[in-house]
Design a protein around this ligand. Structure first.
Ligand SMILES: Nc1ncnc2c1ncn2[C@@H]1O[C@H](COP(=O)(O)OP(=O)(O)OP(=O)(O)O)[C@@H](O)[C@H]1O
Length: 537
């Protein structure tokens, strides 16, 4: 059963309707709930004035105005209610969409719990929305306000009768709500168990099996199956309904008790006609809160969706990552294995300084591309941490969009010329491109992202399709951009020009330094460099 703190959290989403709609909702709701009480008082005082032979024009005009306003409020309620519900649901849907986009990885989209919560949050299984629940709480609050106003009028005659009637009606309201929501919850829970009954009913009454049913005289047997299935499916609902029936005397007693107390008081205190009318009208108005309105269903059925929203908020609202001051990228103690595979990274640590170009080298399969995937946030490390700002990546397997050249770079945005020029892709045609030309286009795309705010440029084999001269020219132009660059390359002619070089071996950075330092060290880098230099010769 729904606790009241949860219903308070439904109230908290009401402002999503926007200040104007929310004000309208509360004003119209209050008018609908409280004006009838004012009308009741006015009728009573009018009648009293009439009986005293006084002029009743003014009271009648006021009464007319109140009744008219009440009528207007009733007419305005549905559109205001509907628009507020839609506004709240729309705002929540936008938030959910934004939340699902927020994590850098995409693993959460494969998580069935997240998918289910997204479904619940954007429209519950029973078609009741959070907006309906929230607006339902607002209307319930207005109804209570109306009951309190009526109680205040009644208290003007007798405060204890007023409190007794209100108390009885609140108890009745709570009991009715529990009963109906109990039945509704049981019906929902029973749905799967009612499916066999529906099936047997279809076989019995449907056309599909009609011939066999008659041929083999199956009717009796099918009927027994149907009855057994229906009884099994409905037994829980009947049990709850039986309990509700047994509680009916309590409901009757509460209503009768309230009415009896009020009428007894009236009998003991001879009031004039006008005050009698006011007293009776106020009593009926208090009695009205005893009944349970549709809003109770809306409220109860909105809560699972709201819980889903809360879960998604905690789950996906990843805090802005803490980034150390003097590094653009930091890997610390990062372990990573692909599902079912051996660890590729085994406690790798690496800092890339702002503005520097760091080249990452290693044998095939050492894990260089894996490192880029972690950096981009497509995968999460198993252990350790990866910190990085917004990055722009030129992938080995970059996409080739079937779009004009400029759209392949800017996706509709203007100002792609400098990036095209820097990538050596200016003046390329829109049609067929060679592998090397495509690579320049992809490079222009990555450079354009840097112009638009990415702080680190990651280049995974950016020049694999370029000849040596083109590669050197490209590389100089990239350096000219002055952006922090992580470069992965097998070409030592390019690598040696980087500010620092890191060697990835056995899942860690085994060597780190400038080209000269690493050559002097005579380790893996020196051997790899010597091999390639020899091949060139
Ligand atoms: N999606 C994947 N699923 C499972 N294993 C993978 C996946 N991608 C790469 N691997 C494995 O992870 C290891 C590291 O691969 P990675 O592509 O990161 O190496 P690399 O250093 O970039 O290699 P290369 O120089 O050939 O591009 C390899 O053993 C590879 O087989």
């Amino acid at each position: 059963m729904s606790g009241s703190p949860e219903r308070v959290s439904l109230v908290r989403v009401l402002p999503l309707a926007g200040p104007r709609l929310l004000t309208a909702l509360i004003a119209v709701g209050l008018a609908r709930a409280v004006l009838p009480v004012a009308g009741a008082v006015l009728i009573g005082t009018g009648v009293a004035a009439l009986l005293r032979g006084e002029d009743v024009v003014v009271p009648l005009v006021v009464l007319g105005a109140v009744l008219f306003a009440e009528h207007l409020a009733n007419a305005a309620w549905s559109p205001v209610q509907w628009r507020a519900e839609r506004a709240i649901d729309g705002a929540l849907r936008d938030e959910i969409i934004e939340l699902t986009q927020r994590p850098r990885g995409i693993a959460h989209l494969d998580d069935p719990a997240v998918t289910e919560d997204v479904g619940l949050a954007t429209g519950g299984p029973r078609g009741f929305s959070i907006g309906q629940g929230a607006v339902g709480t607002a209307w319930l609050a207005c109804r209570f306000a109306g009951a309190v106003a009526a109680t205040a009028v009644l208290a003007w005659f007798s405060w204890y009768i007023a409190l007794a009637v209100l108390g009885a009606m609140l108890a009745m309201h709570a009991l009715l709500r529990r009963q109906w929501l109990g039945i509704s919850a049981e019906m929902e829970a029973r749905k799967p168990r009612l499916r066999p009954a529906a099936y047997w009913a279809k076989v019995l009454a449907g056309k599909g099996a009609a011939k066999e049913v008659r041929l083999f005289g199956l009717t009796e047997w099918l009927l027994r199956r149907f009855r057994a299935a229906a009884e099994d499916g409905m037994s829980g609902v009947w049990r709850v309904r039986g309990r509700v029936l047994r509680q009916q005397p309590v409901i009757v007693l509460l209503t009768a008790g309230g009415v009896f107390a009020a009428l007894s008081w009236l009998g003991l205190h001879q009031l004039d006609a006008g005050r009698t009318i006011v007293f009776l009208q106020a009593t009926w108005a208090v009695l009205a809160i005893g009944s349970m309105g549709d809003e109770a269903f809306y409220i109860a059925h909105a809560l699972p969706g709201l819980r889903a929203v809360h879960r998604l908020r905690t789950r996906l609202d990843v805090l802005e990552e803490h980034r150390p001051e003097h590094t653009a990228i930091r890997f610390s103690g990062v372990w990573f294995a692909y599902p079912g595979g051996a660890p590729v990274l085994r406690g790798l640590s690496l800092d890339v300084r702002p503005g520097e170009t760091l080249a990452l080298v290693g044998f095939n399969g050492a894990g260089k591309t894996t490192l880029v995937r972690l950096l981009a946030g497509w995968y999460e490390p198993d252990r350790g941490e990866v910190h990085s700002p917004r990055i722009s990546v030129l992938l080995q397997d970059f996409a080739r969009f079937d779009l004009p050249l400029r759209d392949n770079v800017g996706f509709g945005e203007d100002g792609v010329d400098p990036a095209l020029a820097r990538a050596g892709a200016a003046g390329l045609p829109d049609g067929e491109l060679s592998g090397g030309q495509w690579q320049r286009v992809a490079l222009a795309r990555a450079l354009f992202a840097v112009e638009r705010g990415a702080e680190v440029l990651v280049l995974d084999e950016p020049t694999a399709h370029q000849d040596v001269d083109a590669e050197l020219a490209l590389y100089d132009r990239i350096r000219g951009a002055g952006v922090t660059t992580l470069l992965i390359s097998h070409r030592f002619s390019t690598v040696r020009r980087a500010d620092r070089i890191a060697v990835l071996a056995d899942g860690v950075i085994s060597e780190l330094g400038t080209h000269d330092e690493l050559v002097a060290r005579g380790g893996q880098y020196a051997r790899m460099f010597a091999l390639q230099a020899e091949a060139f010769r």
